[in-house]
Design a protein around this ligand. Structure first.
Ligand code: ADP
Length: 605
């Protein structure tokens, strides 16, 4: 187990606990053993002193005139009275010779050789008792005690040598007992230390485990609160914090998901970059606008991604433009036109950290605006021409031409013609506007399209004959193809295509009308062998005011709105109108309408 790792607190507490007990026990033991030894020694000394003083030995020895001369007598006294004395007792005379002793081996020997001469000498000189510790040659520890024999003519000393072996053995034994007790106590201390450390560190470890799980995203587990002490409070606070964190995180995750869903599905492109141009985010719409497929890698920086498309949206330009506040710009890519809006975004300290760029596809809007502009210009132009004509002719009339009746009549006819043209134009415009706003009320009824086409042909027959055209009907006039239609509007459609065929075919042309049908659709084709339409003009002929040859069209009274209205009406009928043409060879228009499914709607013939 690594003591510097997660368990180090437990180890440290156990170690401190152990050290504390060890030091206390060691100090106490050393003190007690010392005291025991001291007590043993002092009681030994007291015993010896009490025995000697109670026996009155110093006084009785002091009664001898000469200790050296009374050696035998003293020896007899010692043998009789002191043989049971547990220590070695000797009498040393003034010549420092052992004159009597409980140890017979010492008698007659020089005290300087066998005893501690220093204490004997100081005792004799000062007249005071002395003592010393020594170790005999056999390694036996002894205590030497020296008592002065005062009243003797020639002074001497009583020399007691006490064997300390038993005391030392006792002390050693006591020490051993203490050491054992300490060891047992320390063992218990270690165990208790661990239990204590565990009780402190377990809740901390619980918190750590839960934090590790939280770091891995698991917020479900809470720490168990087992006590109401500081650690219990810590666990409680931790659980509170975990709950708040879980709530905040789920709120943030919800917001993040919401934001990423918005970014994912928003129709406008969004690019986020840092201030150095590093790409932070590109949403799918922006990818599509910038021509990046879903799995294509995103270029490393803004300039490589989109700054290179146009100079006005390079990183340096947009950074400079949004220095103070957001800005916008327009760029084109391929056939598309795009507007970008950009501004800086900040961190929580209010420091700029990047730029958000919103890209909007404004191609359609731009087209619509262009169309509106063109439309206004066209209407103004179409109205201006007849008005100029009317103005100039009426001015000429006012200036005197009115006097000449023939001139006046021809001028007034021209004015009338121009007024008619304006009326037609305004009528067409009003109808287009109604169709645009779905205000043109359609009166759908089931009818036979063959009869309708026949009626239209009859209506234009005269005009066709005037131009020497032949109208060839290649359908069975008895056939019935029922279509749900507004009769008047559908007549307007067929008449417009037929009159165009008559108008744009040089005299003596051939106009062929076909009607055929399958189970679902009816197709009416009107073909001429007239001037035809160039391939590049063909897709535009259904546009408002579009005329291939403006002068010719105007001369023929056209407004340039006929086919636009036709297309709108056909589409209102859930049908289509298409044109095929070869320049100089002729044009063919095909109107396709769904066949009526009979639902009891009144028929008209
Ligand atoms: P207009 O009032 O000028 O006829 P339309 O909308 O009916 O306007 O037709 C638009 C233009 O399409 C015409 O000006 C003409 O140039 C061209 N166009 C239409 N029909 C034919 C056709 N049958 N042959 C050749 N050009 C045609």
């Amino acid at each position: 187990m690594n003591i510097f790792g997660r368990s180090s607190v437990r180890w440290r507490i156990a170690l401190i606990y152990f050290m504390l007990f060890f030091v206390v026990l060691a100090v106490v033991s050393v003190y007690l053993v010392g005291r025991i030894e001291q007590y043993q020694l002092s009681s030994l000394k007291e015993n010896i002193e009490r025995t000697i003083s109670e026996s009155n030995l110093p006084a009785s020895l002091g009664a001898y005139d000469s200790l050296s001369e009374s050696g035998e007598e003293i020896q007899q006294t010692l043998d009789s009275s002191w043989s049971s004395f547990s220590e070695e007792l000797s009498v040393v005379d003034e010549r420092l010779r052992v004159c009597a002793s409980t140890n017979a081996n010492l008698v007659g020997q020089s005290a300087a050789d066998v005893f501690d001469a220093v204490i004997i000498a100081s005792c004799l000189l000062t007249g005071e008792n002395g003592e010393s510790d020594a170790v005999l040659s056999g390694g036996i520890p002894v205590k030497n005690l020296c008592y002065i024999i005062e009243s003797a003519r020639d002074p001497g000393v009583i020399y007691v040598r006490a064997d300390l072996s038993s005391i030392q053995a006792f002390v050693a034994q006591s020490r051993l007992i203490f050491i054992r007790a300490i060891l047992i106590a320390l063992l218990v201390t270690v165990i208790l230390g661990f239990v204590l450390a565990n009780s402190i560190t377990r809740p901390i470890n619980d918190v750590t485990d839960t934090v590790i799980k939280m770091a891995g995203g698991d917020f479900s587990q809470s720490v168990q609160v087992k006590s109401d002490d500081e650690i219990g409070q810590l666990a409680e606070m931790f659980n509170l914090m975990r709950e708040k964190l879980e709530g905040t995180l789920s709120e943030i995750t919800g917001e993040k998901n919401k934001l990423s869903t918005i970014l994912e599905y928003m129709a406008d492109g969004l690019v986020a970059i840092d201030l150095d141009g590093g790409i932070i985010h590109v949403n799918p719409a922006a990818r599509a606008i910038l021509g990046l497929s879903d799995d294509a890698p995103i270029p490393g920086d803004y300039d490589a991604l989109m700054g290179c498309i146009a100079e006005n949206i390079s990183l340096s330009r947009i950074k400079a433009s949004c220095e103070k506040q957001g800005a916008q710009d327009v760029f084109s890519r391929g056939s598309g036109i795009f507007a970008i809006h950009y501004d800086r975004f900040k961190d929580e300290d209010g420091e700029d950290i990047g730029i958000i760029i919103l890209i909007q596809d404004i191609t359609e809007r731009q087209k619509l605006e262009d169309m509106q502009r063109d439309f206004v210009a066209n209407v103004s132009h179409e109205l201006k021409t007849p008005l100029t004509t009317i103005k100039s002719y009426t001015e000429t009339l006012i200036d005197g031409a009115v006097e000449d009746r023939d001139t006046a009549v021809s001028f007034l006819e021209i004015v009338d013609g121009e007024a008619d043209r304006m009326t037609r134009l305004v009528k067409d415009l009003l109808q287009l506007s109604r169709l645009d706003h779905r205000q043109e009320r359609m009166d759908f009824r089931e009818g036979n399209i063959v009869s309708l086409v026949k009626r239209c042909i009859i209506k234009v027959e005269m005009t066709a004959q005037q131009k020497g055209h032949q109208i060839l009907c290649r359908f069975d006039p008895q056939e019935t193809f029922r279509v749900l239609m507004d009769n008047d509007r559908m007549e307007q459609v067929v008449l417009n295509v037929l009159t165009n065929a008559i108008k744009y075919t040089p005299e003596g042309g051939l106009i062929t009308v076909d009607i055929d049908a399958d189970g679902r659709e009816v197709r009416v084709s009107i073909a001429d062998n007239g001037i035809g339409i160039a391939e590049d003009e063909l897709p535009r002929i259904f546009e408002r005011f579009y005329r291939v040859d403006k002068a010719r069209s105007r001369k023929m009274g056209g407004t340039g709105l006929g086919l636009a209205i036709t297309k709108q009406i056909v589409e209102e009928h859930q049908g289509t109108i298409t044109a095929e043409s070869t320049l100089g060879k002729g044009t063919k228009f095909t109107i396709t309408l769904p066949r009526a499914v009979h639902k009891g709607i009144p028929n008209i013939e």
